[in-house]
Design a protein around this ligand. Structure first.
Ligand SMILES: Cc1cc2nc3c(=O)[nH]c(=O)nc-3n(C[C@H](O)[C@H](O)[C@H](O)COP(=O)(O)OP(=O)(O)OC[C@H]3O[C@@H](n4cnc5c(N)ncnc54)[C@H](O)[C@@H]3O)c2cc1C
Length: 522
């Protein structure tokens, strides 16, 4: 029986995070008449849709938007961190508050020290994780770059991605912390580095306005698609894609289900872009019977090592910017960093420095009393290391043929083990981190370098791997088109095929520009 469709579009985009938004933006720019339907399984949580929740200045409204993004946990605020959890975290142990991240929900295996990616998270809202993200947008360096995409082309689309995300390096020029921090880090690391790999302010998807810091979400990418009713673009929230309806070597359309009414509809589509994050995009392909050998394989992320350090001799001073950085609460107090002075960056530099380091000031009011007392007037900074992890075939997300998740999609399970080289890099990161602390001041008394459980980075890569040829080790071609299918593109960090240390979104958006251009050209 031929499938009956209730509507027809030129392009169906599944997922409204920054990569889905990029496809919509670029295709509309190049083909203004193409009819685009963008669906998202999550609700609209902001006005305009896709806004970063930190731009909501009212604490209660912001919290409501975060809670609404929490998928299966969208009806309740997470329990505050207990004192025991704070102390365990400080001592370098894992604590279960690491599975209660505002705005997100756990898609990992559920136990804090379980195997795989126990702390893997996602968000379910229009705007995706970019309604909650930090916004660090470093460019990839040599070993992180994709060897089979010409350098000039990649540079051009990275510039395009920076424009779409409104990336700037000068967001907190007035900070009194930035100068001394940069000078100390430069003394430690700059010798022998190429200029683009020297210590510098982190490029951030942030605009400083007279009203305060404005963080970029999907809305800045979508722009007038959200406001110009004459454009052939529709954003449909609360709509989960259950499967693509496959024809001969192509997708004919997709089966959509309302998460509000349960109604199932079928939409015919000329092209389908699946931009549903690095774990749920492979899930949707699997559910649709699209199962290239490499689907879900090569799962990798950025294992982290973090510590709080005192910047001795530099007073905390007045906050320069304001910027909400997620996190938890202790009693009535926020305990994670509120960034006040911008972010300093020690870039990844290949084997010589196989880490990406970002440091930013912690607002004094978000310190525990004993920490505040220990540092007195001195500023406190976070020192966060992101590490690359080896690409391993067996590190993977796999899906059940029989069991389903809370939305009726194939249940997922992650498998992830660090390699010997990963563990060695981790040890080196701890030593280097303590060296940084001791150069700028000292680690906060009682604090150890700590490593959160696997999956905590929120940077999941490799599961939709891009390849130069269809040799079984990749899922899609350089235009992010799934091998063997005419009209199915995938988007997101999962497409990135290399081992990286730097935050991935800029690269994923750049690759989405390439994919969108290919669709528009067809
Ligand atoms: C607290 C936090 C801090 C971060 N900091 C940084 C950072 O500093 N730098 C950086 O580069 N990255 C950072 N990230 C990661 C960044 O947010 C992601 O890389 C980025 O949002 C990925 O974009 P995406 O479009 O691929 O997917 P997402 O933004 O995850 O969007 C995917 C969308 O797909 C929807 N969806 C899923 N399944 C379905 C389905 N079956 N049907 C319909 N819709 C579906 C979801 O609801 C979601 O809206 C951070 C993330 C968080 C949460």
């Amino acid at each position: 029986m031929p499938t009956t469709y209730s509507e027809e579009v030129d392009v169906l985009i599944v997922g409204s995070g920054p990569t889905g938004a990029t496809y919509a933006r670029v295709i509309n720019d190049m083909r203004p008449k193409a009819k685009i339907l963008m669906i998202d399984a999550g609700p609209i949580i902001t006005d305009p849709p896709g806004l970063h929740v930190a731009n909501i200045r009212d604490d209660k409204l912001r919290e409501a938007a975060q809670i609404a993004s929490q998928g299966p946990n969208r009806n309740t605020a997470y329990a505050p961190m207990s004192t025991e959890e704070v102390l365990a975290r400080r001592a370098g142990a894992h604590d279960t508050s690491m599975l209660r991240r505002p705005g997100l929900f756990v898609v990992g295996n559920g136990t804090i020290d379980g195997d795989g990616f126990p702390a893997a998270h996602a968000s379910l809202n229009v705007g995706g994780m970019a309604s909650h993200w930090f916004g660090a947008c470093p460019r990839p360096a040599e070993a992180e770059r994709i060897p089979f995409i010409p350098r000039a082309l990649m540079d051009e689309v990275l510039t395009g991605a920076e424009a779409l995300l409104r990336v700037s390096k000068t967001q907190f020029g007035a900070s009194h912390i930035a100068g001394p921090l940069r000078a100390a880090l430069s003394r430690l690391f700059d010798a022998g580095r190429a200029p683009d790999r020297q210590v510098q302010p982190m490029p951030m998807a942030i605009t400083v306005t007279p009203e305060g810091v404005y963080r970029s979400g999907s809305n800045v990418i979508l722009g007038d698609l959200l406001t110009d009713g004459a454009k052939p673009f529709e954003l449909r929230p609360d709509t989960v894609c259950m499967r693509l309806i496959m024809g001969d070597g192509r997708a004919d359309g997709a089966e959509l289900k309302s998460t509000v009414t349960g109604e199932v509809t079928r939409v015919k589509a000329g092209t389908v872009v699946v931009a549903a994050d690095s774990l749920h995009t492979p899930q949707l392909l699997f559910a649709s019977g699209i199962r290239p050998k490499a689907l879900g394989r090569h799962l990798n992320e950025h294992p982290q090592v973090g510590i709080l350090a005192e910047l001795t001799g530099v007073p905390a001073g007045e906050p320069v910017g304001q910027g909400f950085f997620g996190g938890g609460v202790l009693g009535d107090r926020t305990v994670t960093a509120r960034m006040t002075s911008g972010v300093m960056w020690v870039p990844y530099d290949g084997e010589k420095f196989p880490f990406h380091v970002q440091m930013s000031q912690v607002e004094p009011t978000s310190l525990l009393p004993e920490d505040a007392e220990a540092v007195g007037d001195n500023a406190v900074v976070t020192c966060s290391f992101f590490l690359p992890s080896d690409l391993q075939w067996d590190n993977r997300v796999e899906f059940s043929e029989t069991e389903t998740d809370w939305l009726g999609r194939p249940k997922m399970r992650t498998h992830f083990r660090m390699s010997e080289a990963d563990l060695q890099r981790m040890q080196l990161a701890r030593e280097t981190q303590l060296a940084i602390c001791n150069t700028i001041g000292r680690p906060l008394p009682g604090h150890q370098p700590r490593t959160p459980p696997n999956g905590s980075s929120l940077h999941y890569q490799g599961t939709l791997r891009m390849g130069e040829r269809d040799d079984g080790t990749s899922v899609c071609d350089t235009q992010s088109r799934v091998w063997g299918l005419d009209n199915v593109h995938v988007a997101g960090n999962g497409v990135i095929p290399t081992m990286t240390a730097g935050n991935p979104t800029l690269t994923a958006v750049a690759l989405s520009i390439l994919g969108a251009r290919a669709i528009a050209a067809r």
